[in-house]
Design a protein around this ligand. Structure first.
Ligand code: CTP
Ligand code: MG
Length: 239
């Protein structure tokens, strides 16, 4: 049997939320935002959850979230880093004995057990997969002066979400390569900007990543208006 580990990210500063309480701990219907994805992963087939939190927050998270709500699958709580990819790297180092890892943004409370199950099944077959949805709006590529230069067919343009799931050695090696590159880069200009985990596997491991459908509700809570949408989704779920 393969060991399946989820890395749940909650080490961001939530700058765009502009609130006093960090967004992962803001209350949504009486529960901290991070509770929602923890609860779904807890009920899913994953074997363990590694929670990545901000510097100095390990003990408070253990007490106020993991123990308080009785989450049993959280095997480790580790400190993240400055950028999202630093936090993922810390999670990966803590997941040493995993066969597959799902990497998920704690700021996406509406991940479902089906999305998690589909991720696991696809990663076992394809080695690497990412959750997403085809865009609803028309997307245009523009030149430096904002003149439209290309309008891709909507079916072929997806918004990318998490979880993203990989064979452990594949994503670990990808991240080792990224960290080596980071040490050699001299200026911000030659930086390879990392916005999701799949691109590390695509570019640095030259391995294809299969996109699978998540849902339009699987939003990332980023700015204050997202909380209004999230409140609406919670009310619908509770009927
Ligand atoms: N994240 C993390 N470590 C970081 C940065 C981000 O674990 N150094 C996590 C966040 O906690 C979040 C997810 O990555 O669950 C997606 O990041 P984002 O939505 O950008 O959250 P923040 O970085 O917290 O917000 P902002 O960019 O507005 O500051
Ligand atoms: Mg961020």
């Amino acid at each position: 049997m393969s060991k399946i580990t989820a890395i749940l990210l909650a080490a961001g500063k939530g700058r765009r939320m502009k609130s006093d309480v960090q967004k992962q701990y803001m209350l949504l219907n009486g529960k901290p935002l991070i509770w929602y994805s923890l609860d779904t992963f807890e009920k899913s087939p994953v074997d363990e959850i590694i929670l990545v939190v901000g510097p100095g927050e390990v003990e408070i998270c253990r007490k106020n979230i993991v123990d308080a709500f009785g989450f049993k699958k959280v095997s480790q709580i580790v400190e993240g880093g400055e950028e999202r990819y630093d936090s993922v790297y810390e999670g990966l180092k803590a997941a040493e004995d995993a066969d597959y890892v799902l990497i998920h943004d704690g700021a996406r409370p509406f991940v479902t057990e089906k999305i998690i199950a589909d991720n696991i099944e696809t990663a076992e077959r394809e080695r690497a997969c990412a959750t997403g949805m085809p865009v609803k709006d028309t997307i245009k590529m523009v030149d430096v002066d904002n003149y439209a230069i290309f309008t891709p067919t909507r079916d072929h343009v997806w918004l990318v979400q998490t979880p993203q799931t990989f064979e452990y050695p594949l994503i670990r090696e990808g991240y080792e390569k990224l960290m080596e590159k980071r040490e050699k880069e001299e200026s911000e200009d030659d930086r390879f900007e990392v916005t999701d985990d799949a691109m590390i596997v695509e570019r640095l491991m030259r391995t294809k990543v299969k996109l699978i459908r998540g849902s339009y509700e699987n939003i990332k809570i980023t700015t204050p208006e997202d909380l209004v949408t999230a409140q609406g989704f919670v009310e619908i779920q509770q009927g």
